[in-house]
Design a protein around this ligand. Structure first.
Ligand code: PLP
Length: 386
């Protein structure tokens, strides 16, 4: 029997662990199993690996090692940044297209007496800076904006927002802190803290060919963050709990390998895919900004066809894509991100997200293009079988 093809185009949901990352982690899952907080030799070996990883991450971000706080991933980092900083009576500004780990945390904060402004985006998915500017008031303590959107891949104007915040901060007593969820940006964007101007920044390892369940929050020295959990005093008591040594080593290695990513190859494959889809499939469109985007993330709408059906038929052909964010797919609700761009419910429901990674090949892209053509033609003619 012919083996079923398995082709992965969902790298924004998660990435496979790079073999070099896996090799770097192995000793800390077996022989070097010590608790990094223990003072004996086993513990010291573990802590020395943690320190090494923290140092190389700090070098990558251009920050101090003590400003790197390990967490269980970007969801934990985002929650810590928001809930750990803001109190009742204060005000947060965020965008309307944030990942749920930011938007739902903000909604929960509203129930605790925190005011939240959700700034709109333009038709290309770029946050409207003027809306942020107008929303700032005396109680504003935090502005949280994602670096790259996980559904449409648009790169937000982080540096411009930083410039606005530092100008405002010049003339006020209550400093406004800037949090950036950079989960989808690390592989493609400038990550130097100095240029970004972030006070807090979230990263997740499993988006960059590292392991799941580990991430970090950059916290600039002096940012008054309170812990959400209490226990041991790991990570300056801000993120307590036994350190995930193997995960931390894997995150450090994954970050070290970012510079080796072949983004040129991803860009050229994505361009081929985009060009072919738009040219060969009538009534198709790319969502998001054409220029201000990471190359790997392509979100298409196909008028008159349900994204969920395209997803299912591609899956049957062995091709994994997504109808939106992994955590929301299968919900049968239109994507709130696409609605925020001004799409109708119908158009928003006719979308799929294709995200490429460093393992994809040209023949996989060709296979995807031909399957997409066939599937959409069939669905448009009322035939739901492949
Ligand atoms: C933009 C963004 N923020 C946060 C997260 C959550 O990351 P994690 O899975 O590490 O909790 C994701 C993952 O989908 C994401 O894409």
């Amino acid at each position: 029997m012919k083996e079923q093809k398995k082709i992965y185009f969902d790298y924004a949901a998660t990435t496979p662990i790079d073999k070099k990352v896996f090799e770097s982690m192995k000793p800390y899952l077996t022989d070097q199993f010590g608790n990094a907080s223990s003072h004996h030799l086993f513990g010291q070996k573990a802590m020395s690996a943690v320190d090494k990883s923290r140092d190389s991450i700090a070098a990558f971000l251009g920050c101090l090692p003590k400003e790197v706080i390990f967490t269980s991933g970007a969801t934990a980092s985002n929650n810590l940044a928001i809930q750990g900083l803001v109190d009742s009576g204060q005000h947060i500004i965020t965008s309307i297209i944030e990942h749920p780990s930011v938007s739902e945390t903000c909604q929960a904060m509203e129930e605790r007496g925190v005011a939240v402004t959700y700034a709109n985006v333009d038709a290309n998915g770029l946050v409207i800076i003027d809306e942020i500017k107008r929303a700032i008031n005396d109680n504003t303590v935090l502005i949280s904006i994602m670096y790259v959107n996980n559904e449409i891949g648009t790169i937000q104007p982080i540096k411009e927002i930083h410039q606005l915040i530092s100008k405002v901060n010049d003339s006020r007593r209550q400093k406004i802190y800037f949090h950036v969820d950079a989960s989808q940006a690390v592989n493609y964007c400038d990550m130097k803290i100095k240029t970004l101007g972030a006070d807090l920044l979230s990263i997740s390892a499993h988006k960059i060919y590292g392991p799941k369940g580990i991430g970090l929050l950059f916290k600039q020295e002096g940012v008054p963050l309170k812990p959400l959990q209490y226990g041991g005093h790991q990570e300056d008591a801000i993120s307590p709990g036994t350190l995930n040594v193997a995960g931390i080593v894997g995150l450090g290695k994954a970050i070290e390998l970012v510079k080796e990513n072949n983004n040129k190859q991803i860009k050229s494959l994505a361009n081929k895919l985009m060009k072919n889809v738009i040219e060969l499939i009538p009534n198709s469109q790319l969502n998001g900004d054409l220029q201000k985007r990471i190359p790997s993330c392509l979100n298409f709408s196909f008028k008159g066809v349900e994204g969920e059906n395209i997803f299912l038929l591609l899956d049957q052909a062995g091709i994994a894509v997504s109808t939106g964010a992994a955590c929301a797919s299968g919900s049968h609700e239109p994507s709130s991100v696409l609605l925020a761009l001004g799409h109708s419910q119908e158009l928003a429901l006719s979308s799929i997200r294709i995200t490429l990674g460093k393992i994809n090949t040209e023949s996989e892209v060709d296979y995807l293009i031909s399957n997409l053509q066939i599937i959409i033609e069939k669905l448009r003619s009322g035939n739901h079988n492949i």
